[in-house]
Design a protein around this ligand. Structure first.
Ligand SMILES: [Zn+2]
Length: 227
């Protein structure tokens, strides 16, 4: 602190220069030459005005850097979106029932059985057009994809999304359950194209997804959940 005090006059002169004003000619002449000689190594008066005088340039450079970072971030998001699968399997579990005639009626979807609470995710990007109780389904969620494809999910014990919400493929939307017309904890999954229910198995295969998982023999297991 003692050295700072002795150089107070010089620091003031440099600060004036930093402000764009001419240092008064009298200041250098008034300062004793004997006192000024040992001062050049003093860091404090030099550093403070230097950062002040170049501040404008630093701001421009950091702004340019920031803009570049933003562009890179946006590009990374775009690439990530392009890589992201457009369709994903709605859950994991055992394939227990196909899209077929069953018990005299048409089973308009497929069943995948797993323990209660197993995560169920949106099969596609889209908008939630239904989320709540529905006859036979217990609870259902319906998601309309941007191409008009509607996926329906049934029997869930918990619902994580509300009607009107935008969801992305792979986003958790519910927890598996056995509500409604059901014989055990499972997901009932339907795919609707142009208002017609289609077999989800080939639809998923078209998107590179094998819901059967090579476990088609387990379809005959009656003890697992279905409907
Ligand atoms: Zn079913």
């Amino acid at each position: 602190m003692t050295t700072t005090n002795t150089h107070a006059t010089e620091a003031g002169d440099i600060a004036l220069l930093a402000n764009g004003e001419q240092a008064p000619a009298t200041s250098s002449s008034s300062a004793p030459s004997s006192a000024a000689t040992p001062t050049p190594s003093a860091p404090a008066p030099v550093v403070v005005p230097a950062s002040a005088s170049t501040g404008g340039t630093d701001n421009i450079q950091s702004a340019m850097l920031f803009a570049g970072t933003e562009i890179n971030a946006q590009r990374e998001i775009d690439e990530e979106m392009a890589r992201r699968p457009k369709v994903v399997l709605p859950t994991v579990g055992t394939f227990t029932s196909p899209f077929a005639m069953r018990w005299g009626t048409h089973h308009g979807g497929i069943d995948i059985a797993n323990s209660p609470g197993t995560s169920i995710v949106a099969a596609t990007d889209g908008v939630v057009i239904e989320s709540g109780p529905a006859q036979g389904y217990g609870n259902w969620i319906r998601i309309k994809a941007d191409d008009g494809t509607i996926t329906t999910y049934g029997h869930m014990q918990t619902l994580d999304v509300a009607k009107g919400e935008r969801v992305m493929a792979g986003q958790k939307i519910a927890g598996m359950g056995s509500l409604g017309f059901s014989t055990g904890s499972h997901l009932h999954f339907e795919v609707e194209i142009d208002g017609q229910k289609v077999d989800p198995v080939p639809w998923l295969l078209q998107h590179g997804l094998d819901v059967m998982g090579g476990a088609s023999s387990e379809m005959s297991l009656g003890s697992l959940g279905g409907n």
